[in-house]
Every structure is written in C-alpha cells, then in structure tokens.
Ligand binder design. Structure first.
Ligand code: ADP
Ligand code: MG
Length: 729
C-alpha cells in the first residue's frame, strides 16, 4: 500500500474544519446548562430515588464502619442501577478496575439473561454487582502467580459512583471495583489507596481531637489532579511509528521557534482545540467529573485541564476517566492526545500536578491557616508533619513517581528534579526557621508576627509564592505534588504520600499525648511538636531554584537521595528498611511490595526495549532511505556537472556528510540491536544498563538522525517533523 506523502498529510491537517457539536437543548428549546446535565451518566446509590432511605442509611453506616454490606441491600442497589442503566440505553455492565499496568480494565457482561421460563430479561444480581472474577493471569502480577494461581477477584467499591461509558453503538455500565487475588493480595492501584485513606482517617481524626477539635469524627484526603497533555493531528500521529508504538517521538529536529517566546502559555486557544475542550468538558460533566479550568500550556501544542478537587479515591478514578475521555473525544476531532511525559525531546514535557490536602467532617481543611490562634498552631504542626514525612520517606515517594516516561522529564530543566524536597515559600519557610531557632519572625522590617493571631492566614494569602521548580510545593492551602508524570495513575503516589504522612502523624499523636499528660496546654504541645519536627526535617525544605546545578550539590551535602533513573528508584524497594513502614501500617504486605517491584522493573525494561527496537526499525525504514534518495539526486547533479566541466563543491560536501552520518547511524543501530538480543537474566542489572548506557547510545543516535533530518530536503524526508506535529492544525 502506498503511504500518504508527508505533504499530503500536511494539507489534510491544515484543511480540517473544527468539529461542530451542540450541547442539547431542554424541552423549552434553551441550551442546557452544566447544572442540568452534570452527572447524568453516573449512578450513586445515595441519590437514587429507587432505593429507600433506610437502606441508604444502612449502607452508609456499613461503609463508615468499614464493613461489608448485606446481600439484600446490594440486591436493592443492583435492581435500582439496572433499571436506571437499561432505561439509559445500556446493554452491558462491567467491573472497572485499575490493574498494575497503570491504565484501566473492564470485562463486559450483558444484562440480558434467560429466566427460569426461558424468557429474556435484563438483570444484574447482587453477587454480580459485588464480585467479579476476571482471569488474573492476563494482568501483571509480578511473578507471584504461582502463589495464588490465576484467580483474581474484583469487588465493588461503594465509595466511587458507577457510570455509563458511551461507544458509537451503545452504552455500558461501569462498576468501580478493587482487584485482589483470592487470598486478598492487592493486584491493583485502588486497594492500597483505600487502605491508606482509611489509615490516615483514623490517625488524622485522633490528631485533630488532640489538637482541640472535638467535633472531628473523620478526615478524608482531598485531591485535585491537573492534567497536562499534547494534541496533534491524527494524520501525523499514524505516520510516526514511534508515537504509535511508544507514545513519544524517538528523534526529531527542533524547529527554530519552540517555546522561547513564551507566547503559548495562557495564549489564545486555537479554534480546533477549543472545540475539543468544549466537547471534553461536556462529556466530563455528564460523567460527574468537575472539570473547571482549561488553558494552553508552556509548549506549542500543549494544554491542561484541572477539575475541582474531590475525595482522593474518587479523584483517582476520575483522573483515569479523564485520560480515556480525552483520547476518545480527541479522535472525534481528528486529533490524538499524547499523555506521555516527554513526547518531544527539547520541548517541555507533561506532568500531573496532584494537589493534596486533608479535610474533616466539619469541612475544616487541615492545611488552611485559620483565624483562631489554635488553628494556626494546628496548621503549622500539620505542615511540619508533612515535611517530615517527605524527609523520612523520600525514597518510596521518588519510587512512586518513577517510570520510563518520567525519566525524560524529571531534572530535565523544565520539571522538578528527582530529589524530593518541599517548597514552603519564603514566608512559611522563615516562620519554620524561626520556630526551629527560637527566634521571632518578622515578615517586614519593623513588624513582628504573632502566630497566635489571624495574621498568618492573611500573610500567606498575600504571599502566594509561585515556584514551578519544586517537586512538592505548598500553595496556600494544599500541597502540590508536581513530580507525578502525566500518564501516571495518581492512586499510587497518593498511597505512598498518605502512608508517609500517617506514620509521622501517628508519632505526633504519641508525642502530643505525652505532652498533654505532663500538663502542657494544647498550644504548648503543638508548638513544641512543630519545633521538634521543623528541627529534624529542615533539610527537606528547599525554596530555591530546583532546576539549578547548585541544588543538586547542595542536596548531596544535605544527604538527600537523588535517584536519577527509574531502575535506581525501583532498586530501593529491595533495600532493607525503607519500605517497612508500609507493611507496619498495613497498607502493603511485604509480598505486594515485591510484586510491584517485579512489575515496575519489567515494565521499564519492556518499554525501553520497544523504544529501542522501534528506533532501529525507523532508521532502516525511514531515515536511511530518505538519505539515500537525497544522495541519489546529489550524485546525478555531481555527474551532470562534471560532464559540463563544473566542479561540485556544495553538492560533494553534502553527499559526503549524508554518507558519513548514514554510516554512523547504521553502525550504532546495529550495535544497539546486538545489545538488545543479548542474554539478560539479571533484570535489575539489565535495567540499569539500559538506563545508564543504552539510553545514552539512543541519544547519540537521535542526534545524528536529527542532523540528517536537517540536511535532507523536505521533499525526501518521509516522516512528519516537529514543525508538523506542533504547529499544524
Ligand atoms: P494552579 O494555579 O496550580 O492551577 P488552582 O488554584 O487552579 O492552582 O488549583 C489547582 C487544583 O488544586 C484544582 O484542581 C483545585 O481544585 C485543587 N485544590 C484546591 N484546593 C484543594 C484542596 N484543599 N485539596 C486538594 N486539592 C485542592
Ligand atoms: Mg498547579
């Protein structure tokens, strides 16, 4: 089959009209408002009119107590959701879960059944709602398959609403579930996340009670995940095997204007993109996902969406749905969404800013400084606890954001480095410093701040410092975990963060109890706790430029780990001690950590192998043939000119340059192929070799490919260029 020429693709991409879609009108002919259709594709038993209030109350009670629900209650929900889903056009249901691939999985089953009399009916039984049994052997399980055979169970997660997904020819009811082995080992992202949320709830409730908040009976984690992404025209996407196979371009010469003018960020959103964003928001809102902001990002072709924050488990499910919905809607607009952390070398990558905090049943945000003296002290103690968590558990936190894609981004002078530190800003940073050093804090030359008044809240509001170079920044009333990759399942890093904070908060509770027993006041106890923690963890606070070389040296002096690559980060999972707290808290079992180590390492290796093999392939399929075509033309010119006694200077030089580069890139790719075909029994060593050696070789190869791309005239170059992918729409 003949491929479209690149110039054909260009005219395709630039002549498309933005897809028109209309938000439906209500029966009075007025365009529906978001509030009219928000959540129309979701089913929450709590708001269903087909379930009695008594049953709802009983179910909520069971959830709060962490108990299973009664079969007859599940039956009531199953009946209600079936009639709702069928009425809304669903033919199938599925248990929707997050296996350790980082994506989501679903196995569809029809509502359709034959009853005893052989009559066709639509039905979902209580047990079908509560439990499913997908074949676990088709999902990564890290080699522990033998211990639990291939059986895995999905169990209904009552805390996250069910929803309908739409395909061209019908709808399917998705039931959010956890995925565990038959002896209870977590095979997914959700199970440990739920465990960590529940542990933090208990510990933080106690903390608030000790800090004087007697009305607090529960605490939940809040999360708002900002999602960065690239959009490119579909025509270019399918003409680049690297994008299709690996999600990123493996080489590509930079254009003359990239992002140096800084004119894309917050700039005018192009029509075609805005049309996509509008339809995306509509679909997200129908799914009950509170999409709130949309804008251009730093790089050309890069954009961002952010929802209003919600409870962490729901936010984690929602973010997965955001990613799949983006893909689905983009295709309708003849575009492809790139969620890879670094689709284009030399251009800003994409991250996911995971905004994180804790809230109690009364609506109190633990990271919001208040107007009461005590709430300020509670706020400072909470921040100190979190910083200490970051300090002590830097390695697991770094591990949780690792991955082949993020390796290109972290520390690449555009994203936080792989050193885990906290940014508090000057104001809060200085407050901690003065607490640790027993000095008074003066925000301005002649003003001393009294932490016992509401000045703090005001002060922090006035000093909403912006620092994009920190992996973990305090931003007014929440922390922002910015080192998370754009393709990541946020449930995993949040689990580790929740666990790390839980451990320190547990110790803080013990400390507070002892102080109070000694007769100290709550204020005194909170103050001395903050002082103790601020003193111990001040090394993890860094307010400077995280992109600078100086910080890398400084961090080394401070003894902070700097795990540059995924294999190094994953290796810490095999070290003694660093992960014990997760087991002690009951968030992971030791085997589950081992399982994850195996899976993540294998994943890293496979991703890199696919990348390197694709690279070799593309050199032979595209780069070298393009070079040969150009050489052919040059050879003809040189020959013709020689025939009329004209010397070929430029032509000869170009010919030689192209020849030399082709030889060089050919030799390097042959060697790389040999390396990949070698014997690699020790996975850890092999992964490290890939990260430290082979990735270096691939960078050299990419550079030569880019030089060839620049030497070869457009008409002979058979791959879409950065120019096409980033600028043409
Ligand atoms: P930015 O300037 O970084 O885009 P925003 O104020 O737009 O910051 O907020 C970013 C995200 O933080 C949003 O998703 C928002 O809902 C979320 N967020 C705000 N408050 C909290 C909180 N208390 N807990 C968790 N996330 C929060
Ligand atoms: Mg942000």
């Amino acid at each position: 089959m003949l491929r479209d020429s690149v110039s054909g693709l260009r005219s395709k991409a630039t002549s498309r009209t933005p897809r028109h879609f209309e938000i439906p009108k209500d029966n009075r002919g007025i365009v529906k408002r978001v509030s009219d259709y928000y959540g129309e594709l979701t089913f929450d038993f709590k708001t269903s009119e087909d379930i009695s209030d008594l049953i709802k109350k009983e179910i909520v009670k069971a959830i709060d107590a962490g108990l299973g629900i009664k079969k007859e209650h599940a039956e009531a929900v199953a009946n209600a959701v079936t009639s709702w889903a069928v009425k809304n056009g669903a033919t199938h249901f599925c248990h929707w879960f997050q296996p350790l691939t980082g994506g989501t999985a679903e196995k569809h089953d029809a509502f359709f059944q034959l009853n005893k009399e052989g009559k066709p009916i639509e039905r979902l039984s209580a047990s079908q709602l509560m439990q499913g049994e997908p074949d676990a052997s088709s999902f990564p399980n890290g080699g522990s398959r033998s211990t639990f055979e291939a059986r895995g169970y999905t169990t209904w997660d009552l805390t996250s609403p069910m929803f309908l997904i739409e395909a061209i020819n019908g709808r399917t009811l998705c039931i959010p579930t956890a995925f565990v082995s038959y002896n209870g080992d977590a095979l997914d992202i959700k199970t440990p996340l739920l465990r960590s949320i529940s542990k933090l709830n208990t510990v933080a409730t106690k903390f608030l009670n000790l800090a004087g908040h007697q009305e607090t009976t529960s605490v939940h984690v809040t999360c708002g995940a900002e999602q960065e992404y690239f959009l490119i025209d579909k025509a270019f996407y399918f003409a680049r095997p690297d994008l299709v196979m690996t999600g990123r371009t493996l080489f590509g010469a930079l254009t003359t204007r990239n992002q140096q003018l800084e004119d894309h960020y917050f700039g005018l959103i192009p029509d075609r993109i805005l049309a996509f964003m509008q339809e995306l928001d509509y679909e997200l809102h129908r799914l009950g996902i509170p999409s709130k902001t949309r804008h251009n990002e730093v790089a050309p072709g890069q954009f961002e969406m952010a929802p209003i924050f919600s409870e962490a488990n729901v936010a984690s499910d929602n973010n997965q749905m955001v990613m799949t919905t983006m893909r689905r809607i983009a295709e309708k607009h003849d575009m492809m969404v790139l969620l890879h952390e670094k689709p284009f070398a030399g251009i800003n990558g994409s991250g996911k800013h995971v905004n994180w905090s804790m809230s109690d049943n009364t609506g109190l945000n633990l990271l919001e400084p208040g107007s009461e003296p005590q709430s300020n002290l509670r706020f400072l103690a909470t921040v100190a606890i979190i910083v200490q968590a970051l300090h002590r558990h830097a390695k697991p936190l770094r591990m949780a954001i690792s991955g082949a894609g993020n390796d290109h981004r972290l520390g690449a002078n555009e994203a936080p480095p792989s050193i885990i530190s906290a940014y508090l800003g000057d104001t809060l940073g200085n407050i901690f410093k003065s607490i640790a050093e027993d000095t008074t804090f003066s925000p301005t030359k002649n003003k001393v701040i009294d932490l016992g008044t509401n000045q703090l809240a005001q002060l922090l509001k006035d000093n909403t410092d912006r620092n994009r170079t920190s992996p973990f920044a305090f931003t007014g009333n929440k922390f922002e975990f910015r080192a998370v990759g754009s393709s990541h399942a946020i449930g995993f890093p949040m689990t580790i963060l929740n666990a790390a904070v839980t451990e320190i908060m547990m110790e803080a509770n013990t400390y507070l109890e002892a102080e109070l027993a000694k007769g100290q006041s709550v204020d005194q106890a909170l103050t001395s706790l903050t002082k103790k923690l601020a003193t111990e963890s001040h090394n993890a606070v860094f307010n400077g430029d995280g992109y600078s070389k100086e910080w890398v040296q400084e961090a080394d002096k401070r003894g902070l780990p700097n795990l540059r690559t995924t294999p190094e980060a994953l290796k810490t999972m095999t070290e003694k001690g660093a992960y014990d707290f997760l087991v002690k808290l009951g968030i992971f079992q030791a085997e589950e950590i081992e399982t994850r180590y195996n899976i993540l390492l294998e994943r890293y290796i496979k991703i890199r192998e696919i990348e390197l093999e694709t690279m070799i392939d593309m050199i032979h399929q595209f780069v070298i043939p393009s070079g040969l075509e150009y050489k052919n033309v040059l050879a003809k010119v040189i020959k013709n000119q020689a025939a009329i006694n004209v010397t070929s200077h430029f032509e000869m030089e170009s010919f030689k340059k192209v020849s030399a580069k082709i030889d060089e890139v050919y030799a390097l790719s042959q060697n790389l192929g040999k390396e990949l075909n070698g014997n690699h029994d020790d996975h850890q060593k092999y992964a490290e070799k890939i990260a430290m050696e082979l990735m270096g070789v691939s960078t050299t190869i990419a550079t030569i490919c880019n030089e060839l791309e620049e030497l070869i005239p457009n008409q002979f170059y058979s791959l879409p260029k950065y120019y096409d992918m980033l600028f043409l729409r």
